[in-house]
Ligand binder design. Structure first.
Ligand code: FNR
Length: 418
């Protein structure tokens, strides 16, 4: 209501309410490399486009003459009540967009009480992000390392910061083919961006120390490089445009980043690995990146507490099915046994309504919150989330519905395929 009223009263916001204008204005303030990394997708970006087009194939059929004067957007998810069925998707390397990006995103999410899913490739140690979030809900997104002790260390830390869940991302055991980044020669990790979870981790430090020692650093007096020194070297690299691994003078940051590249993700990951995780943490385990209903069944057999239907925002397999198109079959396979979440292409409140009517319990928002971050930091993230929720509220009411529950139950009645 406040959002709508401010608009009607004519205050001109820094963060545009329309999704295309939001992206366009963010583009103008972002560096070319940040824009390429955030906006870009895999290959010819057909799946990026498909994620959006899928929403256009469904229309809402509003019903009239119902009392919609009071509405309730709240939902219960994994035992916690959320103000709306919206989560803030994990984004790695957002440090390309703003300094302390994760702290700002976490803060913006906390301002509206929506969970931020903190990435393994976050730009601040998860403890710092969590500290900026007060008591607000946070989840942790895990990339499964080739180093099993590191997996356990990350999960312990997630428990320590009060995460409500661990989300294992399945679709990025290899990094997708991303022409915009390739053409700019600008993968953020080359500057040490997105590796803060690693450089702040005790197990990772052990691994790096071994590598440094193997390189014979001890003989030249460098083997005892402290982790603090390592971190400051990486932060110099981060703040130095044009710095790459190749022209960093010290071998240690180079060794650390190379180690990161070697262990950050496990291409041999299978359902058997996933099945071990529920026994290794007291947190509910979700998987992200499910598109096939048979994979949803395998995930249930592995003991997951929830499934995120996602194609990583079209950043991994170009030509992959749009996530909204994959949703109905996955939801049918899951049959209400665990929550089903969706991300990919959600840009408006109407999109949220369509996803929920087609079987999602909640959605995650990806790029738009990063655009809010680019434009106005923490306040920008908050505004993007507030706008989405405000539009969802109006969409529900004007469609003759008074709650998310009702939308979930009577979805078929208000949606038509066109
Ligand atoms: C991502 N995504 C992502 N997912 C994940 O599990 N871990 C991560 O570290 C990242 N990093 C990341 C960085 C950036 C810049 C983007 C845009 C996306 C994928 C993200 O969580 C989500 O699945 C998609 O962004 C959703 O699609 P939309 O909303 O961007 O269309």
């Amino acid at each position: 209501d406040a959002v709508y009223r401010a608009g009607v009263l004519g205050r001109r916001p820094v963060v545009p309410a329309g999704p295309d204008e939001l992206a366009e204005r963010a583009r103008r303030v972002m560096s070319p490399e940040a824009w390429a990394y955030v906006a870009g997708g895999a290959g010819a970006e057909r799946t990026v486009a498909a994620n959006r087009a899928a929403f256009d194939r469904w229309s809402i059929v509003p019903r009239m003459g119902r009392d919609v004067s009071s509405r309730d957007l709240s939902v219960e998810l994994l035992g916690r009540r959320l103000p709306a069925p919206v989560l803030v998707a994990p984004v790695g390397a957002a440090g390309l967009v703003a300094r302390d990006a994760d702290v700002l995103i976490g803060g913006g999410a906390a301002d509206v009480g929506l969970p931020y899913v903190i990435s393994t490739q976050g730009s601040s140690p998860m403890e710092e992000t969590a500290a900026a979030m007060g008591d607000a809900p946070r989840w942790y997104q895990l990339y499964w390392s080739t180093d099993d002790a590191l997996v356990d260390s990350f999960v312990r830390r997630a428990e320590g910061i009060g995460a409500d869940a661990v989300v294992v991302t399945l679709d990025t055991t290899l990094l997708g083919w991303r022409p915009r980044d390739l053409d700019l020669g600008s993968l953020p990790f080359a500057r040490g961006i997105g590796i803060a979870q690693f450089t702040s981790d005790p197990r990772f430090l052990e691994v790096v120390r071994d590598v440094v020692q193997e390189k014979g650093g001890a003989g030249r007096g460098g083997a005892e490089v402290t982790l603090g020194a390592l971190r400051s070297l990486l932060s110099i690299a981060r703040e130095t445009p044009g710095a790459t691994l190749d022209n960093l003078r010290s071998p240690y940051p180079r060794a650390a980043v190379e180690t990161f590249l070697r262990i950050y993700s496990k291409p041999s990951l299978t359902w058997d690995d996933i099945a071990t995780l529920p026994g290794r943490t007291r947190l509910p385990v979700l998987v992200k990146g499910v598109l096939h209903p048979d994979d949803a069944r395998l995930a249930l057999e592995a003991g997951v507490a929830g499934i995120v239907v996602s194609n990583h925002g079209g950043r991994q397999v170009d030509g992959a099915i749009a996530s909204l198109d994959a949703l109905p079959d996955v939801a049918a396979a899951v049959g209400g046994r665990v929550p089903v979440l969706l991300d990919g292409g959600v840009r408006t409140g109407a999109d949220v309504a369509k996803a929920l009517a087609l079987g999602a319990d909640a959605i995650l928002l990806g790029r738009p919150h990063v655009y809010g971050l680019a434009l106005e930091g923490r306040a920008g993230v908050r505004t993007v989330l507030e706008n989405l929720v405000a539009e969802l509220d109006l969409t529900l009411g004007l469609s003759g519905l008074t709650s998310v529950c009702e939308l979930r139950e009577r979805g078929a009645e208000v949606l038509r395929r066109v």
